[in-house]
Design a protein around this ligand. Structure first.
Ligand SMILES: Cc1cc2nc3c(=O)[nH]c(=O)nc-3n(C[C@H](O)[C@H](O)[C@H](O)COP(=O)(O)OP(=O)(O)OC[C@H]3O[C@@H](n4cnc5c(N)ncnc54)[C@H](O)[C@@H]3O)c2cc1C
Ligand code: SF4
Length: 488
């Protein structure tokens, strides 16, 4: 795999970004690719480590050493075939996956890991450029009809796999465009939306029918799909945001992150959004509450709007600068990370608990009252949070974005109808109940209804959604046909 001495000869190199000042004036991608010879060298760093822990670290179990070797040897066409054997959409993961594979790379133990994600992205981008990626139209149709509800990465992967197995697949989406959080959550500057359109064109040729503005459980009762299709896959994501019910929550200017992000992305993608509905950060002191991907996307978008200041606060401790690899490898470590959006400009504060939003006479938020907190473990080893006496303060904020994650899928509508009509079971966290192994994999408690992605596992990552969509499709095919040739 790669060049036996490559990891000793070449240092890790990765894609760079355009300068922050240049990129914050637009919504286009700003990553600068490596050249073909640089990529070949980086592929050569993959050492024949015997047990490739990266396979395990990657949720779709990408066969990473094989395509590293093929890129090193210049056989890019074979590389895209290997890559597609485990991942339907490497152009999405090659751009926005946090790359747990790299944390688990054996070279990461005492050196820097192989630039796996960059190589993945280069392989698939080259595959499209060269015209090597073609629709895989099934030779035989089964006559079975499957409905997939929700068009995020889980729904798209499930639909593509089921169509390739010869089933007639209809993909229903309540939004006006396909893609789920890929479309309206993750901003255009991190993922260009023409990539979703290109996959849709491929899927259409393979036999997937797309239905947008189709809210199942509201516009179309779920019972109708159960009558008309042989199987139904629920892939509606985890859309109920975690709220912050402190005094002043009702003030104008306090919004859920997704309301801010989705309306902005709609405008960027050319849809009409009324000025009254649009949430602008221009000239404002923006406070982002929550430190994850969603928070970062709010920072990048606020800076592109021309915010006066952007501050991101987090209730947890500041993570350590570096992990102790002897303790964490090959797992994903807790360590200080700086996203490209944070790099573009924002102040970051940890141990910050929001106590109250303060408003003016017109009912608009003007500030936030907070207290600093500290964390310690109790006798049973459980983390406990304590406010530091006398640490209270007030911070200016005229736009507050709540980016504290998502609690579970929205229950009103489709899920509630399935609970009432067929006894659909939820897990204790409020997600749709379903296991991932065995004869009942991805099957809900209702016969013929399957579930995958964030709607089943809770808020997660694009790469996990693709894995679940693929595996769910295999389970559906097995259930419909009594056997399946679809890969896991
Ligand atoms: C702002 C933000 C940024 C993120 N950034 C990253 C990142 O950089 N990297 C990463 O790996 N992950 C990221 N994530 C997480 C990732 O986007 C999700 O884990 C992933 O998209 C889940 O895929 P899914 O297909 O299960 O659901 P979703 O992508 O949420 O798609 C579900 C779709 O179902 C539709 N739907 C729901 N109910 C119905 C219904 N009743 N009828 C019809 N349609 C319905 C919704 O409109 C939606 O389009 C981010 C999440 C957010 C919110
Ligand atoms: S999908 Fe993510 S984890 Fe898997 S190889 Fe690509 S970057 Fe790594």
């Amino acid at each position: 795999m790669g060049k036996p001495t490559g990891f000793m000869e070449y240092a890790r190199r990765d894609r760079r970004y355009a300068p922050a000042a240049d990129r914050v004036v637009h919504y286009k991608e700003f990553v600068i690719s490596l050249s073909e010879s640089e990529l070949s060298e980086q592929g050569a760093r993959c050492m024949d480590c015997g047990i490739p822990f990266c396979h395990q670290g990657c949720p779709v179990n990408n066969i990473i050493p094989d395509w590293n070797d093929l890129v090193y040897r210049g056989d890019w066409q074979a590389a895209i075939e290997v890559l597609h054997s485990t991942n339907n959409f490497p152009e999405f993961t090659g751009r926005i996956c946090p790359a747990p594979c790299e944390a688990s790379c054996t070279l990461n133990l005492n050196d820097n890991p192989v630039t796996i994600k960059t190589i993945e992205c280069a392989i698939v981008d080259r595959g499209w450029e060269e015209g090597w990626i073609k629709p895989q139209v099934p030779e035989r149709r089964t006559g079975k009809r499957v409905a997939v509800v929700g068009s995020g990465p889980a729904g798209m992967a499930a639909a593509q796999q089921l169509a390739r197995a010869g089933h007639q697949v209809s993909l229903y989406e309540k939004a006006d465009r396909i893609g789920g959080l890929l479309r309206y959550g993750i901003p255009d500057f991190k993922l260009d939306k023409s990539l979703i359109d290109r996959r849709m064109a491929q899927m259409r040729t393979e036999g997937v029918e797309f239905h947008t503005n189709a809210h199942i459980g509201v516009d179309i009762p779920i019972g109708k799909l159960r009558e008309s299709y042989d199987a139904v896959v629920l892939a509606g994501g985890s859309e109920k945001p975690r709220d912050l019910p402190v005094p002043g929550r009702e003030l104008e200017g306090v919004h859920f992150a997704m309301d801010f992000l989705s309306r902005n992305s709609k405008r960027v993608q050319g849809s009409f959004v009324q000025d009254a509905d649009f949430i602008s950060a221009q000239g404002k002191h923006v406070l982002v509450i929550g430190g994850g991907d969603t928070g970062s996307d709010c920072i990048g978008t606020s800076n592109r709007h021309g915010a006066k200041s952007v501050t991101q606060v987090e209730i947890l401790d500041r993570p350590p600068e570096k992990e102790d690899k002897n303790l964490t490898w090959p797992n994903w470590p807790n360590k200080m990370r700086t996203s490209s959006s944070q790099e573009e400009g924002c102040e970051r504060i940890w141990n910050f608990a929001t106590k109250e939003f303060v408003g003016d006479d017109e009912g608009h938020v003007t500030a936030v009252r907070y207290a600093k907190v500290e964390w310690s473990k109790d006798a049973e080893g459980r983390w406990q949070m304590k406010e530091i006496p006398g640490s209270e303060g007030e911070m200016k904020a005229d736009l507050v974005l709540l980016a504290m994650g998502f609690v579970h899928p929205v229950h009103t509508g489709m899920i509630q109808q399935l609970q009432e009509e067929a006894g659909l079971e939820l897990d204790p966290r409020g997600n749709v109940k379903g296991v991932t192994e065995g004869d009942e994999a991805y099957h809900t408690s209702v016969e013929g209804i399957f579930c995958a992605g964030d709607m089943r596992r809770g808020q997660s990552l694009v790469v996990w959604a693709i894995r679940e969509g693929r595996q769910c499709a295999r389970a559906v095919d097995q259930w419909l046909m009594g056997q399946t040739d679809l890969p896991r």
